[in-house]
Design a protein around this ligand. Structure first.
Ligand SMILES: Nc1nc2c(ncn2[C@@H]2O[C@H](COP(=O)(O)OP(=O)(O)OP(=O)(O)O)[C@@H](O)[C@H]2O)c(=O)[nH]1
Ligand SMILES: [Mg+2]
Length: 318
């Protein structure tokens, strides 16, 4: 038996086990999730969410860990959500990240959770926001979201954040790769990590150039800063925090924060609605309503669009 009100109360007090169990409800799409989200709702909307994205091995986990340290020095309760969209298993690829996060493992004010999202109903767009809600409701003032893997899923996770940090490293032809992946558009803050290696200045210059090319900014618009770091040694991390705080202030002043959060809420509602509908349609296989429609489409007495309309209307009335 899961006692949801007690679980939520304990999570509010910052008890790690309660937070972990609530996130498990998300991962398992448990029936109690609805009640949990309703109970958490009044406490959400406080956390500042930062997404970290970039090619594999660029230093996302190392940077995340260094940022956790920096925010802890500022006395903030911090949440970390590491999302692995490529794997249906928790753990696995994230094991390395756990090792990198080890130094925070015993800090009661740091909540680290990794989750695998592949194969989930509704996928990333559904699970990550719910997990963020749990961390937010649990009083995390800052939440860092890191994705493992590349491609569209990274962009999706970035879209869950108030501020998106795009990491690059010297070499690897990163700038060009980034442009291809559409990652330049989503970056609010750019970090050139591994600045201890040759070519960091060249990468920063190239990036600066590429950001300038797409420029059509007005006076009050945000100009994404480029920060050089050696995350492995914690160098430049305070400057990243400074850039984040500036962006956060800009978001609040311009009203963009509310715009982004409303857009995310709309995406979230849509994802939940779609997965509800999908589940109902899934339940229909073998259902008389669907077989009756299928029969008519097969024998040409009804077109598939008309049949789908009838089906959808029936589902939403149910
Ligand atoms: N030289 C150098 N190495 C670094 C720096 N930051 C991280 N690394 C190393 O780069 C490797 C990858 O770092 P991670 O933090 O795991 O990178 P990641 O982006 O999280 O990798 P994935 O999660 O696999 O995509 C590790 O061996 C780090 O120790 C840095 O500033 N300089
Ligand atoms: Mg990582």
């Amino acid at each position: 038996m899961i006692d949801v009100p007690t679980l939520v109360e304990q999570a509010r007090e910052g008890r790690p086990r309660a937070v972990a169990r609530l996130i498990s409800l998300v991962e398992n799409a448990a029936p109690q999730l609805r009640e949990a989200m309703a109970a958490l709702a009044p406490y959400t909307g406080q956390a500042y969410t930062v997404g970290l994205t970039g090619s594999p091995g660029v230093g996302k986990s190392t940077s995340t860990s260094a940022l956790v340290s920096a925010y802890r020095r500022l006395g903030k309760r911090v949440g970390v959500l590491a999302v692995d969209p490529s794997s249906p298993f928790s753990g696995g690829a994230l094991l390395g990240d756990r090792v990198r996060m080890q130094e925070h493992a015993t800090d009661p004010e740091v909540f680290i959770r990794s989750m695998a999202t592949r194969g989930h109903l509704g996928g990333l767009s559904w699970t990550a926001p719910q997990a963020l809600r749990v961390l937010d409701g649990a009083g995390c003032e800052v939440i860092l979201v890191e994705t493992v893997g590349v491609g569209q899923s990274e962009v999706e996770v970035a879209a869950q954040a108030d501020t998106t940090v795009v990491l690059l490293a010297p070499g690897m032809g990163d700038g060009i790769q980034a442009a291809k992946a559409g990652i330049l558009e989503i970056g609010d803050v750019f970090v050139v990590n591994k600045a201890d290696r040759d070519g960091a200045d060249a990468t920063a210059r190239e990036l600066n150039h590429m950001l300038g090319l797409g420029e059509s900014r007005g006076a009050g618009d945000w100009r994404p800063p480029i920060v050089k770091t050696v995350a492995a040694r914690g160098e430049g991390i305070d400057e990243v925090v400074e850039a984040l705080e500036k962006h956060r202030a800009w978001l609040a002043e311009t009203g963009e924060l509310a715009v982004r959060r409303r857009r995310r809420a709309a995406d979230e509602i849509e994802a939940i609605a779609l997965s509800t509908l999908r589940a109902r349609i899934g339940d229909l296989h073998g259902d008389r309503r669907l077989s009756a429609l299928a029969e008519r489409v097969a024998d040409g007495t009804l077109d598939p669009y008309g049949a789908a309309d009838t089906l959808v209307a029936g589902l939403t009335r149910a």
